[in-house]
Design a protein around this ligand. Structure first.
Ligand SMILES: Cc1cc2nc3c(=O)[nH]c(=O)nc-3n(C[C@H](O)[C@H](O)[C@H](O)COP(=O)(O)OP(=O)(O)OC[C@H]3O[C@@H](n4cnc5c(N)ncnc54)[C@H](O)[C@@H]3O)c2cc1C
Length: 370
């Protein structure tokens, strides 16, 4: 049975859903607000976990392509004290396939493949009913049997199922990046190693993470009121403000900020842990739209597996009643799994940006011991 399916949002979750539907012969309308594939920088690197994102890539028929592009060595990790002392050093182990890294842009391109995305089609509103209406910012309206909100933290589909909105965690991240580190800043390349390097002080941290091609993303995280700001459009003012905040930290660590280019501020928002809603026929959510949580390595993985599982459930459903049953079952499964990860990442964020830096190191010790 072919259903009329709309997927709103072409992030990791929406793309995986659309790609698996396409693979299973179920037509899909994919509406994406961005005007084109390259409308904005794709972002940093993602680690895909074996039973989550990697499983989704298998379901999408893209496991080999993922293996060819991914960077298992990116799992290497080092922790420094703010004075520059190396406290922990976990090199990449040859056989470790648990969480290889891949650039977001590469992942997006793999998933996009043959998909026919409707770029520049931002959804404004979704109205449930017998034939769910999707209204786009361009004024066009269309009816579907099922609309899936995969449109991220500030979902426009979510109000059709719940009035809950994300709240600020009290923790802000500022992101900057360096290009060509191996050639331009060999001492920083050495410091970061093959994967990532984190430095944890009282209620603040600096993490540097390798992407492919010598590109490094640097994340400064700290507790701050929501209206904390530097003039982030003015890179020099942002740099000075961050250097003052991390004053006294080892010179090579501060060099990551000194050499960073543009600065982007990201206050960390989350939905409540265990967020659910009363089922609404014809509309559902997945990924950040459903369970926005701290960015600690789970969100994209969950979004992708949810996309793949929902696609399989849709394709197997024979009529409207079966489709609705399949969506209900999908939601129950998603809520149970995402709820556990929301608990883990919420507790993790508190410990990683803790007044006691030993808490942060303990998080990594626990991860590496498990
Ligand atoms: C710095 C950082 C590092 C992270 N690292 C990791 C990691 O290593 N591993 C991991 O698993 N997760 C990680 N995450 C979390 C991860 O990025 C998100 O959980 C993930 O991107 C969610 O995917 P999604 O498809 O649900 O939503 P998104 O990625 O937010 O995609 C939503 C899409 O919907 C589109 N859209 C938005 N509104 C509309 C609209 N109204 N109409 C149409 N389209 C719309 C957007 O343009 C976008 O393309 C990280 C997050 C951050 C910030």
């Amino acid at each position: 049975m072919r259903h009329r399916i709309a997927v709103v949002g072409g992030g990791p979750g929406g793309l995986t859903l659309a790609r698996v539907l396409d693979r299973l012969g179920q037509p899909v309308t994919l509406l994406e607000r961005d005007s084109s594939r390259d409308a904005r920088p794709p972002g940093g690197t993602l680690d895909l976990h074996k039973g989550l994102g990697q499983l989704a890539m298998e379901k999408a028929g893209l496991a080999a392509e993922f293996r060819a592009l991914s960077r298992p060595e990116g799992q290497a990790m080092r922790i420094l004290d703010p004075d520059g002392t190396v406290l922990r050093d976990w090199p990449y182990r040859e056989d470790d396939e648990a969480n290889p890294e891949i650039d977001r842009g590469q992942l997006r391109d793999l998933l996009l493949g043959p998909l026919d995305v409707q770029w520049g089609r931002g959804v404004e509103r979704v109205v449930p009913g017998d034939g769910v209406l999707v209204r786009c910012a361009d004024g066009q309206e269309e009816a579907f049997d099922l609309v899936v909100g995969a449109d991220g933290a500030w979902s426009r589909v979510r109000p059709a199922v719940t009035s809950t909105t994300p709240h600020y965690t009290g923790i802000t991240a500022v992101e900057t990046s360096l290009d060509g580190v191996d050639a331009r800043y060999p001492e920083l390349a050495e410091l970061i190693g093959d994967g990532s390097m984190g430095v944890y002080g009282a209620s603040r941290s600096i993490v540097a993470q390798r992407n492919s091609g010598g590109h490094v993303k640097v994340y400064a995280r700290f507790r701050a009121p929501l209206d904390w700001h530097t003039e982030l459009d003015d890179a020099e003012a942002a740099r000075s403000s961050l250097l003052a905040m991390f004053d006294g930290w080892a010179a090579p660590v501060l060099d990551l900020l000194r050499h960073g280019s543009a600065f982007v501020q990201r206050p960390l928002y989350v939905l409540p842990v265990g967020h659910t809603w009363t089922h609404v026929p014809g509309v559902t959510l997945l990924g950040d739209a459903a369970h926005l949580m701290p960015p600690l390595g789970a969100g994209a993985n969950l979004a992708m597996l949810e996309g793949a599982e929902l696609a399989e459930a849709i394709a197997a459903a024979d009529g409207p009643a079966e489709l609705d049953e399949a969506v209900r079952a999908f939601e129950e499964r998603m809520w149970a799994r995402a709820g556990k990860w929301a608990e883990i990442t919420t507790a993790g964020l508190e410990r990683l940006v803790s007044p006691d830096p030993a808490q942060a190191i303990a998080v990594f010790d626990e991860v590496h011991a498990s």
